[in-house]
Design a binder for this molecule. Structure first.
Ligand SMILES: Nc1ncnc2c1ncn2[C@@H]1O[C@H](COP(=O)(O)OP(=O)(O)OP(=O)(O)O)[C@@H](O)[C@H]1O
Length: 269
């Protein structure tokens, strides 16, 4: 397997903090009570993310991927099993774990800069530390749009603003729930490259949910494939390819076929 250290580029002289969280979900089962009755969503799921690792979750629609992300974020507690961050139980949301959703959910009446500042303001971080906002805006290439309003941004720019809002909190785990799902395919490809650079530069761990097999293989050190609901882990695919990856690389194509076959899909897709 390509280690995270090997994966990082030598060309970037920006300091790397390497403070990625270790996440350990052990034998997690979860479900909901709906009008129709009990709905089991996760069935004995064990997933680990090593410090600085990029892990992608793939699985059929509705199988329970976002539910697992919500549990890791601390938004809900699992019915059974245990989820820890660096050995401590995850009991509630924490700024060290930041979720970026499909919808950037920026406040329309606040400028990009003020949207990015939200987390720091909520945590009453002193103003003299707000230089981080400008750093985060620079990292996502939005410096020139700091004073713009969300309606003045393209979809990709809005999602970059949402990423900056996450980065300003200096997360140890970035939880990405289909963050590029609503973008057109060209913007999506370029944002994949940007996410890769941000991860390589910052050293946080990433847990990504995506429906896109190629996106998972382009970005992740390891891809975990879930069964249809209730989700069980059906495969763990180490992606031992150096970055940047090439979709036409025969090994990439082979991994793609492997992932599709675990999903029960034909490899002609
Ligand atoms: N709060 C909730 N209350 C009741 N049912 C829920 C709740 N959250 C999720 N579910 C149900 O749990 C199942 C799994 O949902 P989840 O969003 O985790 O799936 P997913 O794999 O992320 O789906 P998709 O890929 O389509 O986004 C679905 O059937 C959904 O209706």
């Amino acid at each position: 397997m390509v280690s995270v250290a090997q994966a990082l580029p030598d060309t970037d002289d920006a300091p790397r903090t390497a403070r990625g969280a270790r996440i350990d979900a052990q034998h997690v089962s979860h479900g909901f009570v709906q009008k129709q009755g009990a709905l089991q969503v996760l069935d004995d799921v064990s997933v680990q993310v090593e410090p600085g690792e990029f892990v992608a979750l793939l699985g059929p629609s509705g199988c329970g991927k976002s539910t697992l992300l919500r549990l890791v974020a601390g938004l809900e507690a699992p019915v059974q099993g245990r989820i820890t961050q660096d050995g401590s139980d995850i009991a509630q949301p924490d700024p060290s774990r930041i979720v970026v959703f499909q919808d950037p959910t920026l406040f329309p009446w606040r400028t990009v800069r003020d949207n990015v500042a939200l987390g720091l303001q909520a945590r009453k971080v002193p103003r003299d530390q707000h230089a981080r906002i400008d750093e985060a805006l620079k990292l996502v290439g939005l410096t020139e749009f700091a004073q713009s309003y969300p309606h003045q941004l393209s979809g990709g720019m809005a999602q970059r603003a949402a990423l900056a809002r996450a980065l300003v909190n200096d997360p140890q785990l970035l939880i990405l729930d289909e963050p590029l799902g609503k973008l057109d395919s060209l913007t999506r490809l370029s944002m994949q490259g940007e996410i890769l650079k941000l991860w390589q530069r910052a050293g946080f761990s990433v847990l990504l949910v995506t429906h896109d097999v190629e996106e998972a293989l382009f970005l992740a050190n390891r891809v975990i494939v879930f069964s249809p609901r209730p989700a069980r882990v059906v495969a763990e695919i180490p992606v031992d390819l150096p970055y940047p990856r090439h979709r036409a690389d025969p090994q990439f194509v082979q991994l793609r076929q492997q992932a599709l076959s675990h999903l029960g899909l034909p490899d002609s897709l």
